[in-house]
Design a protein around this ligand. Structure first.
Ligand SMILES: [Zn+2]
Length: 284
């Protein structure tokens, strides 16, 4: 493993996150979909440069593909410079680099092509992420889950703008995992896969990062304190802020008529939106 930095892989070594990222290939295009799945894991930041992918046998089982298809997909990714396969006792397939984020024009085109699907993806994300935060706060967490949340949060403070998106995904997946529902974890992964190219392309400004980290800390604190209402509200504010940032970056032209998913406030002054009223006290 010399030359590779050891970076923690899946938060807390969660089987639910691994299962969600490497969910079975379903279409007739096994090769293309395998390449896509593996790249998604890297783009999301579940696997960072230097990380080792799960072993071949595990990947073929999870993805439901043959060894030949997996090897072809890995060869393709190696040729593109994303992974490197090393033989021997400490061998395996290692991540070399992240795909380049989209440039602005490409991003605008992708967002326009998505059309109403973009609003749908933002709504879906809002529902599953707030649900995950609430359920994580209701769950009795293991020491490992508590530590994983604290570590993912600390990594966000340490990462700097270039590492923000992958670190963000890892924290959100750790929260989903803490909720204790593999289906919910799969939904959070799915919602992030829908938006990963768009989110990765947003340039991160220091002040956005600081603001997001205040929100992340509030979410994690509420979960660790076992306060579901506060956890849900903090997550709702946070994902609304990200949606607003995305809209601000894309501009109004890309968005479907009506502008934004219901209930999500507009961006103000280039910063994520402030807290806004939710259900009346005592409601949920
Ligand atoms: Zn976040």
């Amino acid at each position: 493993m010399s030359g590779y930095q050891e970076i923690g892989t899946v938060p807390g070594g969660s089987p639910a996150i691994t299962a969600a990222v490497f969910r079975a290939v379903r279409t007739g295009n096994a090769f293309e979909e395998t390449v896509e799945r593996l790249l998604e894991g890297v783009k999301l930041g579940v696997y960072a440069p230097g990380d080792r992918l799960p072993p071949e046998r595990e990947l073929t089982r999870r993805l439901g593909i043959s060894r030949i298809t997996l090897r072809e997909a890995l060869r393709e990714l190696a040729a593109a410079g994303y992974v490197e396969t090393k033989r021997g006792r400490f061998g395996g397939t290692f991540i070399l680099r992240q795909p380049e984020p989209m440039v602005h024009d490409e991003l605008t085109r992708t967002a326009r092509d998505m059309g109403a699907q973009l609003d749908d993806a933002l709504t879906f994300r809002r529902v599953v992420e707030t649900g995950a935060a609430e359920m994580a706060a209701r769950a009795s967490l293991t020491m490992q889950q508590r530590e994983s949340l604290a570590e993912c949060l600390a990594a966000m403070y340490a990462c700097g703008p270039s590492g923000y998106r992958p670190a963000d995904t890892r924290l959100h997946l750790a929260i989903a995992d803490a909720a204790g529902s593999p289906m919910l974890t799969a939904s959070v992964v799915e919602s992030r896969v829908q938006l990963v190219d768009l989110l990765n392309a947003i340039p991160m400004l220091q002040r956005n990062l600081e603001h997001a980290n205040v929100q992340h800390a509030a979410i994690v604190r509420a979960i660790l304190a076992g306060d579901p209402d506060r956890a849900r509200r903090a997550m709702e504010e946070h994902v609304a802020g990200t949606a607003a940032l995305l809209r601000g970056f894309l501009g109004d032209t890309v968005l479907a008529p009506g502008g934004r998913p219901p209930g999500i406030p507009p961006i103000t002054g280039g910063l994520p939106a402030p807290p806004y009223p939710l259900a009346p006290e005592g409601g949920s």
